[in-house]
Write a protein that binds this ligand. Sequence first.
Ligand code: NDP
Ligand code: 8X3
Length: 251
Amino acid sequence: MSDIVLITGATSGIGLATAQRFAKEKFNLILCGRRQERLDQLKSELSSHTKITTLNFDVRDQKAVNEALDSLPSEFKKISILINNAGNAHGLDFIQDGSSTDWDAMLDINVKGLLYVSQPVIQTMIENKNGHIINIGSTAGKEVYPKGNVYCASKHAVDAINQGMRMDLNQHGIRVGAINPGLVETEFSKVRFKGDDDRAEQVYKGFKALQPEDIADIIHFTVTRPYHVNIADLVVMPTAQASSTMVKKAE
Ligand code: NDP
Ligand code: 8X3
């Protein structure tokens, strides 16, 4: 039987590229997001490769998460791979100027949302004695950069949760690992800068950023290792990037 893979944030960027890659590799997919038209489009695009179902929920809403998971058709219930990818940054401001609405969004989505999705899926994995969880962290979870304050805090929390999950699920033989990318060219900066496309484009100008397909490739590599191999924590940056604040750009 093929693995059943649940991907959060499948409507864009890293999650979308992972959905496309995994569909071609014949994994059965549960694709999640809030933009229904994109979920519908993905389902029709990828259904010729494999079995696809979609779930529309906001990861911040624990009741909606549970209802969505409960609504899965029986053939999709035994989730064996969870890719905790949904997340974003809201704003890039000095702490003294930051908005509490942005802070709430980042902590509610990147931290609490990840927990809300993970817990019921982990219970399924324990019951079925079969599971692999990939948490998408960030270089922002390994170092802090100016104005990154709360986004970096949310990704440091993902780093801690990744370690804690691995310890708590060790007795159940469930693999847990994080992939921590540096700059990836997605809709991330459009969201961070609230639709200011010019400002978002500047983030990836003058160097070759990672592409979402690069991360999809690494996620695929991670889940296709033999069972005794667990990629526990992986950091990947564009070659032009040496740290969060050091990126070699063309003059
Ligand atoms: P995108 O903005 O392209 O994709 C984000 C995805 O998350 C979308 O599919 C979006 O779907 C989903 N999402 C956002 N908020 C919610 C929510 N409240 N409930 C449910 N789904 C939600 O960004 P990326 O692909 O870049 O981001 C994916 C992950 O990678 C994030 O965790 C991000 O922090 C991380 N990351 C990104 C890096 C980068 O440079 N791009 C670098 C390091 C890590 P929808 O809007 O349909 O709900
Ligand atoms: C996204 C990468 O450097 O914009 O997590 O924080 S960064």
